[in-house]
Structure formats: structure tokens, C-alpha cells
Design a protein around this ligand. Structure first.
Ligand code: Z5A
Length: 215
């Protein structure tokens, strides 16, 4: 038996609509956890640095076109290629703060015509299950005040509205620890709320096995 006095790290995922502040909050959370003596690292999906990530990046930047099923499977493959590393870090006691995960994968593809939620979930079944999923909720009018949509694929308000509906369907799954956060608050107020949820999740996860997503 290991002599470790502490257990595994927690898998904490931030999801939310465009411009909700996911990236801003992930960075602040990791810094705060480290400062309070809890090992933590940031990750993001898509991870555009891998070979698969580069295919995804070209697609998002509209430099290439990919068939819709293909791009869905690439986003999932991008998570699976990092699964061994994620598992290793968690087992080493490092908490992972992840900017988007399989929920974005399902919400974005299933917002396209002809894709069911069920089909979209299948490739991600069995990935490490998040101990906490923070959903940063922001009204489309508030999102619009944070600047124009960019020129990347999916950055249009009509599409984002359907994406939000898909996220809402996913949030009905009570086997996951969803926490909906009002992202219209100030960066500091949001941070305090997110940090508090995360500290609880880290304590609860510590001596539990890593779960399997949607299984
Ligand atoms: N996608 C997919 O299809 N399938 C998948 O499996 C995955 C993703 C994983 C790229 O993702 C696209 O890939 C994405 C989903 C799809 N498509 N879209 N749209 P990405 O993660 O690279 O997306 P992003 O465009 O970089 O993130 P974002 O949503 O636009 O931004 P954010 O991370 O939520 O927000 P932010 O960058 O932290 O903040 C946005 C701005 O608001 C910024 O100017 C901040 O200074 C400001 N801000 C932040 N917080 C606040 C508060 N509290 N008040 C006021 N202003 C704030």
C-alpha cells in the first residue's frame, strides 16, 4: 500500500456559452489552488498542439473543411489521446482544471442538423468522469456586450442558442455534479464561487476512484 497521505486529484471541468469567461476563470482557479497548497494544472480542449489538434484548429479557423461526423470524432480522439496523461496526473494527486470537455463536444455537434445527443455521446463514453462540472451561464445579451463574435466556425448567435439548449439537456443528468454559475457577475465574485465549489469537490474526490463518464 502506498504511503501517500493524500489521494488523487479532482477533475474539474468548466463549460459554458461563448465568452462566459471559462478561460479567465480556469487560470485564476489553478493559481488559487496552487497558492493554497493544492497541486493543480490547467488543460483545455481542443488541445490544438497535437497532430489531431492541428486538424481541429485548421477546421475551426475555416482553413479546411471536414465532414461533420469526422470532426466530431477528431474532437473526441483529441480527448482520448490525452486520457493516459490525465489519469496519470490525477493519480499523482494533481487536480486538473479543464477548459471545455466532452460536454462541448456533444453540445456543438448535436446542434447541427441530423445529429442526436445519443450518437454524439458515444465516442466519449468511458473518459475520466469529472468530479465537478461548472457551467458558466450567461444570457446572450450579456455575452454580446463582451464584444463581437470572432470569425471562427460556430461563432454566430443563432448556432450558439441551439448549443445552449443542448447543454441544458446534458445538465439533466444527475449522475454528474453540475453546478450552474451566473457568469454575469464580476470576475472576482465568480472566482470566489468557483473556488469554493472546487475545494469541496477536491475534498470529496480524494479517496474515491476515478469514475467513467456516461457509463
Ligand atoms: N468545440 C467543439 O465543437 N467540440 C469539442 O469537443 C470542443 C470544442 C472541446 C473552440 O473552443 C471551439 O471548439 C468552440 C467549441 C468547439 N467553439 N465556439 N464557439 P475554445 O475553447 O477555443 O473557444 P474560445 O472561443 O476560446 O472560448 P470562448 O468561449 O470564446 O471564451 P471564454 O473562455 O468563455 O471566455 P474568456 O476568454 O475567459 O473571456 C471572454 C471575454 O470576456 C474576455 O474579453 C474577458 O476579458 C471578458 N470577461 C471574462 N470574464 C468576465 C466577467 N466576469 N465580466 C466581464 N467580462 C469578462
Amino acid at each position: 500500500r502506498s504511503k501517500m497521505s493524500h489521494g488523487r486529484g479532482a477533475l474539474i471541468v468548466l463549460e459554458g456559452v461563448d465568452k462566459a469567461g471559462k478561460t479567465t476563470q480556469c487560470k485564476k482557479l489553478v493559481n488559487a489552488l496552487i497558492e493554497s497548497g493544492r497541486p493543480a494544472e490547467i488543460m483545455r480542449f481542443p488541445d490544438r498542439t497535437t497532430q489531431i489538434g492541428q486538424l481541429i484548429n485548421a477546421y475551426l479557423e475555416k482553413k479546411s473543411n471536414l465532414e461533420d461526423h469526422v470532426v466530431h470524432l477528431l474532437f473526441s480522439a483529441n480527448r482520448w489521446e490525452l486520457e493516459p496523461l490525465m489519469r496519470k496526473k490525477l493519480e499523482q494527486g494533481i487536480s486538473l482544471v479543464v477548459d471545455r470537455y466532452a460536454f462541448s463536444g456533444v453540445a456543438f455537434t448535436s446542434a447541427k442538423p441530423g445529429f442526436s445527443l445519443e450518437w454524439c455521446m458515444k465516442p466519449d463514453v468511458g473518459l475520466p468522469k469529472p468530479d465537478l462540472v461548472l457551467f458558466l451561464q450567461l444570457h446572450p445579451l450579456d455575452a454580446a456586450q463582451r464584444g463581437q463574435y470572432g470569425s471562427e466556425r460556430y461563432e454566430s448567435s443563432d448556432f450558439q442558442k441551439v448549443v445552449l439548449q443542448r447543454f441544458e439537456q446534458l445538465m439533466k443528468d444527475k449522475s454528474l455534479n453540475w453546478q450552474v454559475i451566473n457568469a454575469a457577475k464580476s470576475i472576482e465574485d465568480l472566482h470566489a464561487e468557483i473556488k469554493s465549489h472546487s475545494e469541496t469537490a477536491i475534498t470529496v474526490a480524494e479517496f474515491q476512484p476515478i469514475g467513467k463518464l456516461w457509463k
